[in-house]
Structures are given as C-alpha cells and as structure tokens.
Design a protein around this ligand. Structure first.
Ligand code: NDP
Length: 331
C-alpha cells in the first residue's frame, strides 16, 4: 500500500508476459470510484481465452496490469456525476478493467444492469461469451432455418452457447470437440452430430459426408491454426468462414484465390467489441442474452470455479483443454 491508504484489496497482478505462473496474487490499494464510475464488489470474475493471449503477450499489455475482461457484482459506491445506478445495484461488465480482484472501478457507461432471475455467476457466464455467440449467429452470418452449421470447440464457453443459439434458429449443428465427455455436452446443447477432431484425419471430408457432400453454410472457427484449412474446405458454395479466435495458434496468411477455388467463399474475422461499441449496443445485446437466460431458452453452464488466488490453475486448465463451459474466479 502507498502512504495514506490503510486498506488493500486482493488481486492478481502480471508484471511480465509469460505462462500461467506470471499470475501473481498480490494486494493493491483500494480503488476509488472516479467521476462517472461505479466501485463494484466483485462476486465473480470471468476467465476468457483472451486473458491467455494477453498474459502471453500475443495481445501486448502495458505492464504491470491486473487481468480480467469480465465480472459481476454489487455497487459499493458511486463516483461524481453517475446517474441511473444506486449503491447495492447488481451490475456486470466486459472490459479490460482488471476483474481478477475483489474491487473494480467500472465506468457507468460500460456497466450492464443484471436482472433478477440471473445470478452473479450466470451473469458473468452469459456476458462476454453469450454476447459473442449472439452477434455471431445474428449479425456476422444470420443463421437460417435448415442451415448446416459447423461449430468448433463446441463444449467450450462460447461453443456451448453458440451451439444452442444456432440450433434455436433452426440450424443443424455439426460440432467438434476433443473428448467423449465434451461430445456429450455438445449434444446436450443441441448438436445433431459431433466429431472428435483430434481423432479425425479428414475433418472436412467428415463434415461433407454429414451434409450429403454439399458442405456447411457457415463454419464458426475459434480454434484457428489447426482447424482453419478444414473449415474452409467444409464450406458449401458461397459459404462463410467466421474465424473468431485462435485457441490453437494464429492462422498463417491466406491466398484470396482459395476463396475463389472453394466456390466464391466468404472469410471474416469479427470481434465482439465492434458489436457492442456504444452503451446502447452493449445494453441491448446484454439484455437480449440475459432475457434468454431468464426465460430458460439459453442455458449457461458454469464448468469451473476457482478461488481468486488460484487464477494460475484456471489458466493452466483452460490452456490444457481441461475445461468445459464457463470458468470463473471467486474473490
Ligand atoms: P473455450 O472454453 O472455448 O476454450 C478453448 C477451447 O478451444 C478448448 O476447451 C478446446 O476445446 C479448444 N482448443 C482446440 N485446440 C486448442 C489448443 N491447442 N489449445 C487450447 N484449446 C484448444 O474458450 P472461450 O469460450 O473463452 O473462447 C473460445 C474462443 O473464442 C477463443 O479462441 C477466444 O479467443 C474466442 N473468442 C473470440 C471473441 C471475439 O470477439 N472474436 C470473443 C470471445 C471469445 P476441445 O478440447 O474440445 O478442443
């Protein structure tokens, strides 16, 4: 603590890029709510795959920093000029604000009200990953009834939600996963067919066989390096490859002629933050996802909870493909 502060909050800090062991439990000065900010007691912090890219330096961060793009909790105090929130309100957020901590200052414009009927853990589990699944099926490629849709890593945080939302729009989902347990989860989320892509030599051939040789209308690929070629080769004529992550590593440069040869294909690389760029867009999308959770049409699976101090284990497990659904840290 610096002089003048007699309180400290527990947090996880990163002082150098690296493996999970750089996630260091520490104590920091109590944050205060600046003008326009809410000071929030964190009930649950979300662990997302992007946290691992930032930790490794793939997405460079100013050091030192407290990781964490996502959380939910209760408002403890209000900064100057805040309107529309009161002490005690339940809110959630998805911004790089350092959510691996007991207390976080959240800009009011970036805070989303959490409705009754959505508990704190689910509020986190549905937010970043739920809004991602939501824009992917509604905006990037609006899934149509009867579409064949390929979803990679379908038992993961985004994957389970994406599978449910695509199925709800009338698609037939072909899922990929790495274990029988994950296959069961993907089926439970609505997948009609599940492929173990770690055991399949000809992934595109297997997907084509499941679509009568036609190929899928859209491939949602967050795995990247190891699946990209198969995703492209799985598409129907004028199909779309939506590359939205790189869990297995980045994809090398692509020759645009491959899109021609594949059948006038589309390739896009979208990001959530361009789909929630204004406070209105953020609130509207979050409300749509929370509504689906509250009315029971979207199931959020909290796969793993770790004490805050064990953030390192959470990252190790996420990286080693040992997790399913949402991974949470609890201060
Ligand atoms: P997940 O829970 O889906 O975890 C990643 C999964 O990827 C693993 O469980 C694993 O599933 C699969 N995977 C395949 N190959 C590897 C590998 N070599 N190393 C590790 N995992 C691998 O994570 P999230 O739901 O947090 O994120 C999923 C993806 O979506 C990430 O790529 C993330 O960056 C991306 N994303 C993108 C967003 C955007 O706006 N563009 C927003 C949110 C997430 P299995 O064992 O079945 O193979």
């Amino acid at each position: 603590c610096s002089p003048g502060h007699d309180r400290a909050v527990r947090a996880i800090q990163i002082t150098e890029a690296g493996g999970p062991d750089v996630l260091t439990p520490t104590e920091l000065d109590d944050p205060v709510a600046g003008p326009g900010e809410l000071l929030v007691e964190v009930a649950a912090a979300g662990v997302n795959f992007i946290d691992t890219y930032q930790r490794e330096g793939v997405y460079p961060m100013a050091l030192p920093y407290v990781p964490g793009m996502e959380g939910a909790g209760r408002v403890r105090s209000l900064g100057e000029g805040v309107e529309g929130f009161a002490v005690g309100d339940r809110v959630a957020w998805c911004e790089q604000l350092g959510s691996y901590a007991e207390l976080v200052a959240v800009e009011a414009a970036k805070a989303v009200p959490v409705p009754d009927g959505v508990d704190d853990d689910v509020a986190v589990g549905a937010l970043l990953q739920g809004m991602t699944a939501h824009f992917l099926v509604n905006d990037t490629y609006p899934v149509q009834p009867g579409d064949d849709v390929l979803v990679h890593a379908a038992a993961g945080g985004v994957g389970l939600l994406l599978t449910q939302l695509a199925t709800a729009r009338g698609a037939r989902v072909i899922a990929t996963v790495s274990t029988p347990e994950k296959a069961e989860l993907a089926r439970g989320a609505g997948a009609a067919d599940v492929i173990d892509y770690t055991a399949e030599d000809d992934l595109a051939g297997a997907v084509r066989a499941l679509t009568g040789g036609t190929g899928v209308a859209v491939a949602y690929d967050s795995v990247g390096r190891t699946t990209f070629d198969a995703s492209l080769d799985s598409l129907r004529v004028r199909g779309m490859l939506v590359l939205f992550g790189a869990a297995s590593g980045p994809v090398p440069p692509v020759d645009p002629q491959r899109l021609n040869r594949g059948g006038s294909l589309y390739l896009t690389r979208p990001t959530l933050f361009h789909h929630v760029a204004t406070p209105e867009a953020l609130r509207t999308r979050a409300a749509a996802v929370y509504h689906a959770v509250a009315d029971g049409s979207l199931d959020v699976r909290i796969g793993h909870r770790y004490p805050l101090a064990e953030a390192r284990s959470a990252h190790e497990d996420l990286h080693a493909r040992r997790t399913t659904g949402k991974v949470l840290l609890q201060p």
